[in-house]
Design a protein around this ligand. Structure first.
Ligand code: MTE
Ligand code: MO
Length: 389
């Protein structure tokens, strides 16, 4: 039921789907908004209608499933419940700055090669924000009374599953999970966020509570958070098991159903770099220097090591000045690096290319590598420009 969707600044977005609402900002708007993306430019990715949740009545349930046999709903496990005011008062409020990027960002580049399944996103399914809330680690330790030595044993095998309120197309609810290791890592910065950019979360972005899993694909940052379960296996949700996986190149719509289980779920993002301006549609003047702007990011808190640009289709490259700020306490790189470079006049049609290296020496492939779900496309970003004489 889509009768209660929030009002949105539609002109900022390329809307791929109204129901559920899936929209990405135009790249020049995204980059010109600066390091912190305002919510009326931030991309919106939904698998169903936006639930209308009452802040006063919302409950977060936290449970612990010790073994696969001990199913959570059969009565052996006690749920602990927390109200929004519990969450806001029981633990210190912390703020982190982190980018969210959908694993489907740049799916258009893979769709151009062969049929893919999913929303055909361009390169705007990424945004950066200040997120405030409480550390998931603090909540799990206090609510579940997990002693530190048990944590050490458990982090190897356990996962933290999240379930959301609201209806979705592919499953009974939106769900996903992360390794317990990530949740409990003091430098992991996983938070249960109730504010975005110093204001209560908007409905589009997860009101009243969402998970933020920095360094991971956006799918793990579950909105409208209703349940947290510590369990010995990954989430069984569609979005963990049958989505957001890099299927091998021999899998397509004919054999996809037999292939999911053999492929593990995605967690950390890969190294990515995109030119936001100029776009291919823009008029380029041959008489003045051209300023090229974009973003770069990697996953897992790895920094962007270098951004390189070519204005002659890859013959020659130059380094680009960029600044990426690590998170203040953890020193991890959760936020994108915005970069810009002014190059000499472009007088004939050419291809501008950008590529990044991350701090582990990971590089981007020169050409896209197709997979049926069209995820994690991080091929060199190319823009063809034709100067207007
Ligand atoms: N959480 C819920 N409850 N429902 C969703 O559809 N989409 C996920 C994730 N969390 C989703 C969700 C995906 S795939 C992404 S990329 C991000 O939220 C998008 O977050 P945003 O809409 O705030 O940009
Ligand atoms: Mo996503």
């Amino acid at each position: 039921d889509y009768s209660e969707e929030p009002v949105r600044a539609l002109s900022n977005f390329e809307v791929h789907c109204q129901q559920p609402f899936n929209a990405e900002p135009y790249l020049p708007l995204l980059i010109n908004a600066g390091n912190i993306t305002p919510s009326d430019i931030f991309f919106k990715r939904n698998h169903g209608p936006i639930p209308n949740i009452s802040y006063d009545h919302h409950q977060l349930f936290v449970g612990f499933q010790h073994s696969p046999q001990n199913k959570i709903d059969n009565g052996h496990v006690e749920w602990k419940s927390l109200s929004m005011s519990d969450i806001m008062t029981l633990w210190p409020k912390i703020t982190i700055t982190a980018s969210l990027q959908c694993a489907g960002n740049r799916r258009d580049g893979l769709a151009a090669l062969k049929e893919v399944k999913g929303v055909i996103w361009k390169a705007g399914t990424i945004s950066n924000a200040r997120w405030s809330g409480v550390r998931l680690r603090d909540v799990l330790k206090d609510v579940m009374h997990i002693p530190e030595d048990l944590v050490h044993d458990m982090v190897r095998d356990f996962h933290v599953a999240f379930e959301a309120e609201g209806h979705v197309l592919e499953d009974v609810c939106y769900g996903s999970s992360i390794p317990l290791r990530k949740a409990m890592d003091p430098l992991g910065d996983v938070i249960l966020a109730y504010e975005m950019n110093d204001e209560p979360l908007s409905r589009d972005h997860g009101f009243p509570l969402r998970v933020i899993v920095p360094g991971y694909i956006g799918a793990r940052s579950v909105k409208y958070l209703q349940k947290i379960i510590i369990q010995p296996q990954e989430s069984e949700a569609y979005y963990q098991q049958k989505d957001y996986k890099i299927l091998p190149p021999w899998v397509d719509h004919t054999n996809v159903e037999d292939s999911w289980d053999a492929v593990s779920s995605l967690g950390e993002m890969n190294v990515q770099c995109v030119i936001c301006t100029p776009t291919e549609q823009e008029d380029i003047s041959p008489d003045i220097p051209l300023t090229i702007k974009g973003y770069a990011i990697s996953g897992g808190g790895r920094g962007v090591y270098r951004v390189e640009i070519s204005i002659d289709g890859g013959e020659t490259w130059e380094a680009v000045k960029m600044e990426q700020k690590p998170e203040r306490k953890s020193g991890m790189f959760w936020s994108w690096a915005l970069w810009e470079k002014t190059v000499s006049r472009i007088i004939k049609p050419t291809e501008i290319i950008a590529r990044a290296y991350d701090s582990s020496g990971n590089i981007q492939p020169e050409t896209p590598i197709w997979n049926y779900r069209g995820v994690m496309n991080n091929a060199w970003f190319r823009v063809h420009v034709v100067p207007m004489h």
